[in-house]
Ligand binder design. Structure first.
Ligand code: DMJ
Length: 641
């Protein structure tokens, strides 16, 4: 049966598209005020047809009713049949049957009257009134269709965590304020350049002055720099720019794209960035986008073990791992760096899936044997077995350890299981990976199949800040020890900067054969605007207020401005030991998310994003501490102190 709208609008000679609600075809927009015949031919045809139809239906109803008003000759039937000597002699109607027939006739009479009345009323209506009625019905159908649409489901209301410390943070000292203003100006230059030359692309090529992207975002164009930079803009008080970014997100950020993206990178940059923007600004759009995106990442967890694939196609949901990873493995730092964002997603949506996925990873890891107590960087998601026995606090391992500590901090220190796992992991790392060089520099090496490689990556330098952040609450009253370890790593990483020509740190540096804190291989001499060293300076500054950290941070900021700044933004450099470096022509999104944010915070007062209330994700996106003491996350056990 056609629906009412199919019947009314699906004429062949219509000039507007037919309205077929179930077919998903476009719904025509009829102008409510359309009345002049030559200009709105299709519209008038519709209403004329409607009127004709009404007349026709009234006529049919009349005929139908008249049939029932004919004299009931059934009473004569027995006589006739009898008289004709027909073999069939029906029994005389019982009294009850006669009453039933009479009541049926009454009902038909009443229906007929009503139909007649309605038809008369319709006929009395003007063409405009009929058009208005059609329009109302049509809008109702459109609304119903919209409701059935697969758009975002409304999220349950949750108490907004206490968001404190979103203050100006202006430092009292004029010289510090001047430095802070300079960092803000650098952010503006990076943002404005991206706005002008790379808007909507993931990143910027500041020399070519056009958009840029890498394989971590597949072939998508999802404005990674916009999302990554939002909270930095907000914190720096660049509200016009923030609004501009918000508008782009509202109008353009779409996750239904056929792109194979890194689950980890999308989580830390996009979901982390959107959640932080939501908590800072309170704008619902960021929360909705974060949840929409998270749903697109969930298929990555469909593996035999529940350890997610490294990559997932946002459209098809098909996942796979990096071709270069040992034995088809997933990467520790990737599947181990989802916890903070996913717990927030469950908190905000009431959907236990996110929390359960990351807790499943934790439980699975807890059951596994660890060589020398260390976590290898590779784990096969099909077999659940470790790949190559390579352990690192830098690339491939780093933020796994960071998120154990931050899971505890973010839970208002109730997630003691996370804290214990962190403490055990750090103890094994200290035993096997941390050494002092002949020149007295503490470094963190890499463990490869039972052998310590005396090489430290720029990425590893974040660990100085992590040790300081984890000092309070460490077992056996080792707080002082870990704060000291953080200071030593900060010092080593500063040396890696100071021993270069540009005063910018190389990607990796050795502690071998008389060489200390310097890169040896040409392909380790680049600096790509990374944040980790400055991140550690900032944490050390917050915990010690030793002025050398501000001094070191300022040295780095000046070097970046001198050697990485170009007219179209900021670029990485290929050799920090060359006085005439070449550019890599990439303005990384993490430069705006992290490097400039940590620098700005280093020259702000501590009441801007206080660490008692906020925990930074690994991309420097601040997420509020969830006071879970009184809240049970869906899918979790009650929190315990
Ligand atoms: C950032 O994307 C994150 O900090 C990540 O954890 C590793 N490092 C890059 C920047 O260097």
């Amino acid at each position: 049966m056609p629906t009412q709208f199919e019947f009314l609008f699906s004429s062949d000679n219509m000039t507007t598209p037919a309205l077929l609600p179930l077919s998903g075809r476009r719904i025509p927009t009829l102008s409510p005020g359309a009345s002049s015949f030559p200009h709105h031919r299709a519209t008038l045809r519709l209403s004329e047809k409607f009127i004709l139809l009404l007349i026709l239906s009234a006529f049919i109803t009349l005929c139908f009713g008249a049939f029932f008003f004919l004299p009931d000759n059934s009473k004569h039937k027995p006589l006739v049949f009898f008289a004709l000597g027909d073999s069939y002699i029906p029994p005389p109607p019982s009294l009850q049957r006669m009453e039933e027939e009479e009541s049926l006739r009454d009902k038909i009479r009443a229906d007929h009257e009503r139909a007649l009345q309605e038809a008369k009323e319709k006929l009395r209506k003007s063409r405009e009134e009929l058009q208005a009625e059609i329009q109302t019905e049509k809008s109702k159908v459109v609304e119903d269709l919209k409701k059935k649409d697969t758009g975002p489901k409304p999220l349950p209301p949750v108490p907004m965590p206490q968001v404190v410390g979103v203050s100006d943070g202006e430092p009292p000292e004029p010289d510090v304020k001047e430095k802070r203003d300079k960092i803000r100006e650098m952010m503006k230059h990076a943002w404005d350049s991206y706005r002008q030359y790379g808007w909507g692309h993931n990143e910027l090529k500041p020399l070519a002055k056009k958009g840029h992207s890498t394989n971590i975002f597949g072939n998508s164009q999802m404005g990674a720099t916009i999302v990554d930079a939002l909270d930095t803009l907000y914190i720096m008080g660049l509200h016009e720019e923030f609004k501009d970014g918000q508008e782009w997100i509202e109008q353009n950020l779409d996750f239904g794209v056929n792109a194979e993206v890194s689950v980890f990178e999308v989580n830390i940059r996009f979901i982390g960035g959107l959640l932080a923007a939501y908590y800072l600004s309170g704008q619902e759009v960021f929360k909705l986008k974060a949840v929409q995106l998270a749903e697109k990442l969930l298929p990555a967890f469909n593996t035999p073990t529940g350890i997610p694939w490294a990559m997932v196609n946002l459209k098809s949901g098909v996942g796979r791992n990096w071709g270069w990873a040992s034995a088809g493995s997933s990467i520790l730092a990737e599947f181990g760096t989802l916890h903070m964002e996913f717990v927030h997603l469950t908190y905000l949506t009431g959907n236990p899936a996110y929390y359960q996925k990351v807790m499943h990873i934790r439980k699975l890891l807890a059951k596994m044997d660890r060589p020398n107590g260390l976590y290898p960087n590779y784990l096969n998601p099909r077999t659940g077995r470790w790949g190559q026995h390579h352990t690192s606090v830098g690339g491939l391992g780093d933020s796994f350890y960071e998120y154990l500590l931050k899971a505890w901090l973010m839970s208002d220190k109730t997630d003691t299981e996370a804290r214990k796992t962190y403490d055990d992991a750090i103890e094994a790392i200290e035993r096997h990976l941390i050494r002092k060089s002949n020149g007295g520099l503490t470094f963190i090496g890499e463990w490869k199949n039972g052998h310590l490689e005396r090489k430290m990556g720029h990425l590893t330098c974040f660990a100085g800040g992590m040790f300081a952040l984890g000092a309070d609450g460490s077992p056996d009253d080792k707080a002082g020890h870990y704060l000291q370890l953080g200071a030593e790593i900060a010092h080593t990483c500063h040396e890696s900067y100071d021993r270069t020509v540009l005063k910018l740190g190389p990607e990796a540096f050795k502690f071998d054969s008389g060489l200390e804190a310097v890169a040896v291989r040409q392909n380790e001499k680049y600096y790509i605007l990374r944040p980790e060293v400055i991140e550690t300076y900032w944490y050390m500054w917050r915990f010690t207020h030793d002025p050398k950290y501000r001094q070191w941070g300022w040295e780095a900021a000046q070097a970046i401005d001198k050697y990485c700044r170009v007219s179209g933004g900021f670029s990485g450099v290929k050799d920090v030991y060359s006085s005439n470096p070449t550019y890599d022509d990439v303005q990384q999104s993490f430069f705006l998310a992290e490097t400039l944010k940590y620098l700005y915070l280093l020259f702000s007062s501590d009441n801007l994003i206080p660490l008692e209330n906020w925990v930074f994700n690994t991309e420097a996106h601040p997420l509020p501490v969830l006071h879970l003491g009184n809240i049970t996350l869906p899918g979790s056990e009650p929190a315990q102190r």
